[in-house]
Design a protein around this ligand. Structure first.
Ligand code: NAD
Length: 405
């Protein structure tokens, strides 16, 4: 992950060069606040273990920090710093009133009981409560944390503050201030970005290949198949399937639900994940893992547009090759920003005591995603740069404009 932050820093440097503000490099690469805590938790068998946790506030020029909390044995300061920086830029690009934050605990959740997980979460909340809050820094679920984790944080934080404060986190259960639409918002947001690109580039009834059918890929596939698109290939960790005439996604999902994988669907040809990436389609949608398009396979990619639904699926070297071949890469900080935009809607409803219906949520999401996609295209043309650089230029300009006042 260390090299990941180095990549992010290079992108920041490049974007600052475009706008002629290189002197802000340190301001944008050094987080405003780094919190590292060690806290004790009494385990089920009576022993006491010390856990290490982090919360980084990268930048709060545009508003309180916003970003997930992950529980993973490999959580470390550099990774959390990089992820917090990306959150600042994602929120700014989407014109949300948030800065960027990220947190985590070094822990393997698979070794813990539910009771231990709850104690760890509550103790972590008590340890960092001064550094989180609806107007300070607002966590959300991330790797191996979920709506239940967020509920424990709300409960503990509300007890400390002496008042019910659901807006301290997003990604909560519906009953506890969560909101309709949030769970699907990353996948649906990516579909809205694709629609705007189709409009700008004049693409009708696009062919699509999707790598990964988890939360993001599944909802992307479901919404895209309702939007006059032809999904010709999909994959999961066991492999992929391809049908040039288009896949019936309802059938594919029921086979996946029944058997555990799409590879058991028999009205399509079986393909590997590598082959899926190399299909000639309008949109290739990596929605699973990082580093899928690299200098090793970029020359074999034939998609017209890569829509980065996952975080970091294209390496900088891979992207350079694609761009030289005239392909377009739509960056993750735009494509998967539907998630944090949905989180903003949840926070907004909490602080205003509102409850939106799904129609309102999705129509607000559509406006935000399409506006940001158009701005990225306009900025790409204005400076003659890649879409990734354009997204970062918009995000950084907004933050730097705000610090002038
Ligand atoms: P997930 O764990 O729900 O799903 C991941 C999927 O990838 C699974 O279906 C898994 O089978 C599949 N997969 C694993 N290895 C694979 C392989 N080699 N080839 C093909 N498929 C493979 O994760 P998710 O929440 O859908 O997140 C996917 C990506 O999107 C991640 O990069 C994540 O950081 C990013 N993201 C997610 C959200 C969100 O709201 N969930 C928001 C922003 C970004």
């Amino acid at each position: 992950m260390a090299d990941f932050y180095e990549d992010v820093k290079v992108e920041i440097k490049n974007a600052l060069e475009v706008i002629g503000k290189k002197e802000y490099y340190d301001f944008l690469t050094k987080p405003k606040q780094i919190l590292k805590v060690n806290f004790p938790v009494k385990m089920d068998k009576g022993s006491t273990r010390i856990f290490t946790g982090y919360r980084i506030l990268h930048n709060n020029t545009l508003g309180p920090g916003k970003g997930g909390i992950r529980y993973h044995p490999n959580v470390n300061l550099e990774e959390v710093e990089a992820l917090a920086a990306l959150m600042s830029f994602k929120c700014s690009l989407m014109d949300l009133p948030f800065g960027g934050g990220k947190g985590g605990i070094e822990v393997n959740t698979k070794e813990l009981s539910e009771n231990e997980l709850e104690k760890i979460t509550r103790t972590f909340t008590r340890t960092i409560y001064n550094n989180i809050g609806p107007n300070i820094d607002i966590p959300a679920p991330d790797v191996y944390t979920n709506a239940q984790t967020m509920s424990w944080i709300v409960d503990e934080y509300s007890k400390i503050k002496g008042k019910f404060t659901p807006s301290v986190v997003t990604g909560k259960p519906l009953e506890l201030g969560g909101c309709l639409g949030r769970n699907e918002s990353t996948g649906l947001g990516a579909v809205y970005v694709m629609e705007e690109i189709m409009k700008i580039e004049g693409i009708n009834k696009p062919t699509i290949a999707i790598q990964g059918l988890g939360n993001v890929g599944k909802h992307f596939a479901q919404f895209a198949s309702d939007h006059e698109c032809k999904i010709v290939a999909v994959s999961d960790s066991k492999g992929g399937i391809y049908n040039a005439n288009g896949l019936d996604m309802d059938e594919v999902f029921s086979v996946k639900d029944e058997t555990g994988s799409v590879v058991n669907y028999d009205k399509a040809e079986k393909i590997t994940n590598e082959e899926l990436l190399e299909l000639e389609v309008d949109f290739l949608v990596p929605a699973a893992l990082e580093k899928q398009i690299t200098k090793t396979n970029a020359n074999k990619i034939k998609a017209r547009i890569v829509l980065e639904a996952a975080n970091g699926p294209t390496t900088p070297e891979g992207e350079e090759i694609l761009i030289k071949k005239g392909m377009r890469v739509i960056p993750d900080i735009l494509v998967n920003a539907g998630g944090v935009t949905g989180s903003y809607f949840e926070w907004y409803q909490n602080v205003h005591n509102e409850k939106w219906n799904l129609e309102k949520f999705n129509s607000e999401l559509e406006k935000k995603m399409k506006k940001a996609a158009k701005e990225v295209y306009d900025t790409r043309l204005k400076y003659n740069i890649s879409c990734r650089k354009a997204a970062l230029v918009i995000a950084i300009e907004r933050i730097l404009n705000a610090i002038r006042y």
